[in-house]
Structures are given as structure tokens and as C-alpha cells.
Design a protein around this ligand. Sequence first.
Ligand code: 1CP
Length: 364
Amino acid sequence: MSLPLRESEYAVTLKNDRLLRALLGEPVDVTPVWMMRQAGRYLPEYRATRKQAGDFLTVCKTPELACEVTMQPLRRYAFDAAILFSDILTIPDALGQGLYFSEGEGPKFHKVIRSAADVEKLPEVDIADELSYVTDAVSVIRKELNGTVPLIGFSGSPWTLATYMIEGGSSKDFRIAKQFMYDNPEAMHLLLEKLADSVTDYLNAQIRAGAQAVQIFDTWGGILSGNAYREFSLNYMTKIVSKLQKENEGRRVPVIIFTKNGGQWLESIADSGCDAIGLDWTTEIGDARSRVGGRVALQGNMDPTILYASPAVIREEVATILKSFGSGEGHVFNLGHGITPEVNPDHVSHFVEAVHEYSEQYHR
Ligand code: 1CP
């Protein structure tokens, strides 16, 4: 039987722990950087792997392929973290909703939730068991990373998952999901309760398998009013955070909450017990720091479309964001949302290099 590693032994096995340190507000030499959707369609090698596999879901469900695409961006760029290649919609799929991707149209479900009876009919499944292909991918990736950088695990938030399950896919206005929430708040709460249990089990399984930090993607929390956000989204993320395994391998496992368009609720999000808040580009990071920087770390927040601009503009924007955050600890550099497929991969090198180059002065 192998015993868990002690902290000192672990520090030796993880060569670059900047991400984990910054998420906990500890000193670093330079600001760590990773990028939402860093494995994805802007990379020709990703498109080749997906083509070879046949489709996106096969990549997610085959641990060796998920590992290959997780590693691809790390071979090109000096990122300080890897993020598990998977999707937030694996949970609704495991709950029997029948996820599929139709070319050019994004995710879709064979079954949708439209009534309290539909929520009650959701099967009781062992999420860790049903999604063992994800935890297997985590183990394979950790082995392949071999202590170079930490691995981030993730899940969707209950609210964000619920929008897809009710709408049956992506939506522009979330009309059906919001009507369901306003007309059937009790059924909505029952659905969110079930999803919160699933997300908790799923993230804990990823942590046990080797995820060294976890991020909750609340991509659609920002479409709600403040009161509805607290009641239907933040409330459930807070419950999840309180039930996550806090340590593994002798080290703290930090939790990041990313609510897109959540800049007006940072104080409430910081109360959730998370270690870090992911910021989109609509909030000035310096302002965010003065509001909550003493309580949580901040991750973000360059507008992803700046990657379309010239390398000089990209570098300038990186410098501006670093200056806005200012000296001291608790910043993880990232985009404010995922990189888009049309970005030139060479531009990403400028982004990553600029973060490391320009941030040293803020950590003396
Ligand atoms: O190859 C393809 O055509 C599929 C495109 C794709 C990819 C690369 C999808 C379908 N998912 C992913 C991977 C993915 N999804 C990751 C990988 C790790 C990484 O490198 O970052 C992650 C973290 C996600 C998470 C995800 N999926 C979110 C939350 C983050 C976000 O971008 O807001 C959401 C909302 C989804 C749903 C989803 N899956 C795929 C698409 C195109 C979408 C978005 C649909 C929509 O806009 O409603």
C-alpha cells in the first residue's frame, strides 16, 4: 500500500506549483497563466485528433485521447497548469439526458426537463461510477504530466447545467429555463439540489483521482437578477464548496468559482468559501482586488478577442492588466472566457510570454 505523500515530498514532485500558490495568495516568482479552452479548435493538432477519433464525445470518453489533447497546448506554450479535457455536459449525459453534438450547432439533448415530474424521474446514479472515464482520464493525465504543472479539474455549476437540461441545448435568451424557474421554483430547486449532489460527488472523484485544483464554470449565472443569482446559482455553489475534499496528497486543493458576468456580485461570491474568483473582462481587475482581494485570489481577465489583434497589442493589454492588479500575490492570469477557434496559435505564445516577462516586477 502506498502512503499519501507528505507536503515536503510533494513539493519536490510538483516542479511548478505557481498556480496552486497564487490561488492561495502565497508568494510566486512570476504570475502563473493558463487559458480557458486551452485545448481546442484553434490548435490544428486538436482538430486532427478529433477527426481521427470521429467526434468530440469520443475524445472525452477515451482517456488516452483526452490526455493527448490536454497535453497539446503544454507542448507549445509555457502554461503553468493543465486543465482536464472534458465537458461540463457529462453530468446531464450521465443522468440519462442523451447528449449529442450536431455539426455546427453545439450541444443538444435527446430528453429535456419541462416539469416537476421530469425532475422527479431523473435516475439516482452513482456519478463517480458513471463518469469513471473522466476520473480515468485524470489518472492518465497526472501520470503523463509527471509533476511538471498541476492539473485542474472542473464541473459546470448546477444552474448552468440546468439551463442546458431545460432548454435542450444552448440558448440565446434562456426563455424556457427562466420561465421554468419563475413558474416552478420548487421543481427548479429540486433539480438544482440533485445537480449539486452530482457536482459534489463528481468533483470529489476528480480530486481523489488527482485533480490538484478545481473550477466551477457558472457560464450562465450572469443572466440572472441579483436575487435570483443568489437563490438559484450561488447558493448551490456554496453548498458544493462546503462539501469538497479540502486536501489531497498533503496539499490544499483550491476551488475557483467563475461566474461569467458576475462582476457585480464579487463580495457575495467571496462569501461562498471559494479560494479564488474567475473574472470576465467586463470588471476592472484592480477594482475587483480592492473589493475582495484580501479574501480570495482573482483569476483573469483579458478579453479573449484581444488575441485576434497584433502581438504588440496583446503584450500591451497583458501589461495593463498586470499593472491594474498591481504588486503582491493572489493573481492567476487567464482570459475572461474561452479562446475562440479562429485565433492564430502564434498569438498565444506572445500572451503567455508577456505574462511571465512583465509580471516579475510585481513579485519582488
Ligand atoms: O471539438 C469541438 O467542436 C467541440 C468544442 C468543445 C470543446 C473543445 C466543446 C463543446 N467542449 C469543449 C471542451 C471543454 N468544454 C473544456 C476543455 C478544457 C479546456 O481546454 O478548457 C471545458 C473546460 C469546457 C467547459 C464548457 N462546456 C463550458 C463552460 C466553459 C465556457 O466556455 O463557458 C460550457 C458552457 C460548455 C458547453 C459546451 N460544450 C461544447 C460547446 C461548444 C459548448 C458551449 C455551447 C454554448 O455556447 O452554449
